[in-house]
Design a binder for this molecule. Sequence first.
Ligand code: FAD
Length: 407
Amino acid sequence: MGTTVEDVVIVGAGIAGLATAVALKRAGIEALVLEKSEGLRTTGAALTLFPNAWIALDALGVSHKLASYTPSRKNHVTDLDTGEVQTVSLIKANGDAVGPRSVHRKALLEALADELPIHSIRFSSKISAIDTQQYEGSSIAIVHIENGTVIKAKVLIGCDGVHSVVSRLLGLSEPVHSGRSAVRGLAVYPQGHGLEQEVRQYVGLGRRAGFVPLTDKEIFWFFSGTTPAKGTSLAKDPEEIQKEILENYAKDLPPIYLDVVQHADVSTLTWAPLMFRYPWNVVFSSLSKQNITVAGDAMHPMTPDLAQGGCSALEDAAILGRHIGTSFKQNGHVLVPKEMSEVLSKYVEERRWRVVFLIAGSYISGWVQQGGSGWGMKFLRDAIFYKFIFPKMVSYVNYVDCGKLDF
Ligand SMILES: Cc1cc2nc3c(=O)[nH]c(=O)nc-3n(C[C@H](O)[C@H](O)[C@H](O)COP(=O)(O)OP(=O)(O)OC[C@H]3O[C@@H](n4cnc5c(N)ncnc54)[C@H](O)[C@@H]3O)c2cc1C
């Protein structure tokens, strides 16, 4: 088969890959996105996006397409061991709700994919190997697809998720299992669920569960805890997952939560081990090498305790697009390979400490919230963590400066 040379090749058409392609398109660069699946992967049904994700979606010019998803107005956290409920208002003084919004994964991916020319996403294209070669005095990537196609790329961006081939090439450590797994799904109420747009969470020793309305008929719910690892029969059979949640892991949760799980559309249920990369690996590793870098879970897999994996993938995309786009514009709308090493280093510099914080903050947040109700842990959680640390973490997480993508 012949070899073509592309300006930018992105591996993976998940949130990070599609959003990066949209950011580049705003600069006038047509990236080629290679995806191993036959279509967009919507596993996980929905996800929660915090205001920082919305800042990135604004920069990408797609937030208006998701405007029907409204922000939550309150967050209720119930301590499963004591029954105490902490309620936080998510409404500003002017009456606007500023809470997170839960969106269908499919709606988010389609909103991004619809921005791209149809031929720019190539499905059923699994990357099997990557080499490098000299081209016009600098390094370019040679991407091998399983079907035998070989593509040369002036810039290669790995958005290929937790088990990223590209991050391995950069020498990043393999993600580790946190010891916890999570179930996610949608509950469907054909006659309407009648609940307010509020987040409800339940935390106890080694467990965290919750739900949030997506629309007036659908609710996104989750359960995470120290559960059997993926690979058990439970992981494969959605009806068995639902039964186990109802009759075992969550049987003592309030009836409102159990009702939501009972209304699950089992076709949306997924069971996933929670993986993360040690933050010190992100501090000390090369997150880019010459013209190759990574974004999203490929760079910073994290536990979902701050719900930031997808949000930070959108941040990566907007910021990476800005760096590459600025160089493209300054060079008269030409991508100059020998500039790319420095351009990607600047992107990495801008991202490194924020994603280190997000990985560590997510892990610590999960550990404190699910540490049980022993005297010491309760004091740490209620008197220190929720009062002083958590509000600061949330305000840091909620804001990111993505800059503008108006080239
Ligand atoms: C239980 C759970 C709950 C979560 N909740 C939230 C939440 O509420 N909010 C939030 O922001 N985040 C949440 N996340 C995290 C979020 O889902 C991820 O961070 C996000 O999907 C990462 O996007 P990505 O594009 O980097 O990777 P992915 O979504 O994994 O996409 C990677 C893509 O690359 C493709 N690919 C992989 N290898 C190859 C290859 N060799 N060749 C070609 N293609 C390849 C894959 O098929 C896939 O389409 C949650 C995660 C879990 C597990």
